[in-house]
Design a protein around this ligand. Structure first.
Ligand code: PRP
Ligand code: ZN
Length: 292
């Protein structure tokens, strides 16, 4: 591979799939520029000591374990299935999905016991086997590496066990959701050996710090509004007291502007009271980064 020993941290992300765009977007929000990544296997950032490796998601845990990549972004579903020797550094809050049992219309699945002595197609044989074992079920597992959803209509399996995100794939294949056996989201992973390397761990710490700032910003909004001066004490009382809100005088001396960082959904629990107290021009802005 090119760029192998330039001292950059090697970050593996999914080459093509559900996590690709969100992974790139996260890096962008972290202020890490990646350009011209189309169709190339390795791409360096221009402003951060990192090389991106575009790989099949299923291979990422093993590549990180073996040190081919230093860190990786991958679903917990793949981490669990591959059982690689890696550490989860951070949950990333995107790529949420479930591994679910699903069934054709004419093959009801109301209870886990309905799986007994039936055939189940899956790309997650380890996770499924574990589930069957803990529930004392005896089913036959058909392992497929892809297109699991067509197995029932081909007569290969009675049920399937696969990732469901939007549910579109199931719907298009006339399958119904049964129940979930595993919940997943994207995580940042590394090998223990990598974290112990001083230079690498310094870059990883910088990256993780940026990721955390993006995540807390995502959960927050910047609230701006004008309020009557006499309502100020009451309104201040409504705002979360983590940081003291900014109060700015206005040309109209009966009013002040109040600016505050609040949890994203908090506004909806106080908006009626704010209005009653005479707040006007209420604006809620997204925040890109929040640095503690
Ligand atoms: C999963 C799964 C389905 C699809 C479900 O594939 O195999 O094909 O996503 O998503 P939906 O409910 O939104 O339709 P995944 O992204 O894990 O990629 P891979 O199996 O090709 O690695
Ligand atoms: Zn995959």
């Amino acid at each position: 591979m090119e760029n192998n020993n330039n001292g950059n941290l090697k970050l593996a992300i999914q080459k093509k799939g559900r996590l690709t765009e969100k992974s790139l977007e996260l890096l962008k929000l972290c202020g890490i520029d990646i350009e011209n990544y189309s169709e190339r296997l390795v791409v360096s950032s221009q402003n951060f000591p990192i090389d991106l490796l575009f790989l099949r998601d299923d291979d990422i845990p093993e590549y990180v374990q073996d040190g081919v990549a230093d860190i990786g972004i991958v679903g917990e579903n793949v981490v669990r299935e591959k059982e690689a020797q890696i550490e989860v550094l951070e949950k990333l809050g995107f790529g949420k999905c479930k591994i679910m049992m699903a069934h054709p219309q004419n093959m009801p699945l109301n209870d886990p016991k309905d799986l007994n002595h039936k055939t189940i197609a899956t790309s997650y044989p380890k996770i499924l086997r574990e589930y069957l074992q803990t529930n004392g079920l005896n089913s036959k597992i058909i392992e497929l590496s892809g297109s699991v959803e067509i197995a029932p209509s081909l007569g290969v399996a009675d049920f399937i066990c696969d990732i469901v995100s939007t549910g579109n794939t199931l719907m298009m294949n006339k399958l119904k959701k049964g129940f979930a056996i595993f919940e997943s989201q994207a995580v940042l992973i590394s090998a223990e050996k990598t974290i112990k390397d001083q230079e690498k761990s310094a870059i990883i710490s910088d990256l993780v710090r940026r990721i955390r700032s993006v995540q807390s910003a995502r959960r927050s909004r910047y609230l701006m509004m004008n309020v009557p001066k006499e309502a100020l004490p009451k309104i201040m009382h409504l705002l979360p007291s983590l940081r003291s809100p900014t109060v700015v005088p206005l040309a109209d001396e009966t009013l002040v502007a109040v600016h505050a960082v609040i949890p994203a959904d908090y506004i909806w629990s106080i908006v009626d009271v704010l209005k009653q107290e005479g707040a006007s021009g209420i604006l809620l802005l997204p925040i890109e980064n929040m640095i503690p």
